[in-house]
Design a protein around this ligand. Structure first.
Ligand code: ATP
Ligand code: MG
Length: 249
């Protein structure tokens, strides 16, 4: 089997004296879409952030293409940051910047020689792709939660990522907006990008995921392929209810 693009090896993570993730090992294959599913508060976002290198494990290690993230130098880290993009569950736009500035910063960091007019053109392009049609010179607080999600998604697309971490990325969106983002994800899948997403929406999970991993107590429970999900109706129920420990029924 090919080397996984991201691997968690015996990873633990503690916050405020609580172990949220304990000795978790997980592999994510390149070019594959993986969905992390499960009940609220069970560690999906934490596992996703660990995989994205945004949280530092208190035990074990996370590897990107076989390289321990904790041992990556600045150049390797920047390359990883450019290849991997994140849509946070709460969108996480910078409150004190307008949307244009929020979108311009990653381009300035990753493409320091890019001309201002080219940045402007790229921002206009991603904003159009996600279907945001209003003013970009307003602060995030002026936007609905759904609109913030669209801008967060646009920010993730800016540097043409090869690896996407999407946390509850269709939450707060109306059907049309959600369909548009699903279309963008399908396009990325056709380009063999790697996508790791968290969702509670069974339709989206069934539509997009090659592999579904249930998370409970910060641990993977079931690991199910798309075909198994189609063939076994019980699995849909299990994934939808979030009760996901034990074997495949
Ligand atoms: N920085 C933190 N400090 C303290 N506790 C935290 C922190 N981050 C997460 N937790 C706790 O860890 C547990 C898992 O949180 P996490 O956000 O990963 O869950 P989730 O599965 O993504 O939930 P949801 O479906 O509601 O988004 C929760 O009980 C949460 O309160
Ligand atoms: Mg979450």
């Amino acid at each position: 089997m090919a080397e996984p693009i991201i691997e968690l090896k015996d990873v633990s993570f503690s916050a405020q004296d609580r172990e949220i993730v304990q000795h978790t090992s997980l592999q994510f294959e390149e070019g594959i879409t993986t969905a992390l599913v499960g009940p609220s508060g069970e560690g999906k976002s934490t596992v996703l952030k660990l995989a994205a290198g945004l949280l530092v494990p208190s035990g074990g290690a996370v590897f990107f293409r076989g390289k321990n993230m904790a041992a990556m130098n600045r150049a390797q880290n920047m390359a990883f940051r450019q290849e991997g993009a994140v849509v946070f569950q709460d969108s996480a736009l910078w409150a004190n910047q307008d949307l244009f500035q929020c979108l311009e910063l990653p381009l300035k960091i990753h493409f320091p020689n890019m001309k201002a007019e080219d940045r402007k053109a790229r921002i206009a392009e991603v904003v159009k792709e996600v279907g945001y049609t209003k003013d970009v010179h307003v602060r995030p607080a002026m936007l609905s939660m759904g609109e913030q999600k669209l801008i967060a998604f646009a920010r993730a697309m800016l540097c043409r990522p090869g690896l996407l971490f999407l946390d509850e990325w269709t939450e707060s969106l109306d059907d049309t907006a959600a369909k548009r983002l699903i279309g963008l994800v399908k396009k990325l899948q056709a380009e063999q990008k790697t996508i790791i997403f968290v969702s509670h929406d069974l339709r989206i999970i069934k539509n997009l995921a090659d592999i579904i991993i249930t998370i409970a107590g910060g641990q993977p429970g079931l690991i199910v392929t798309k075909d198994q999900l189609v063939e076994n109706e019980n699995l849909s129920e299990i994934i939808e209810s979030g009760v996901a420990l034990g074997g495949i029924p």
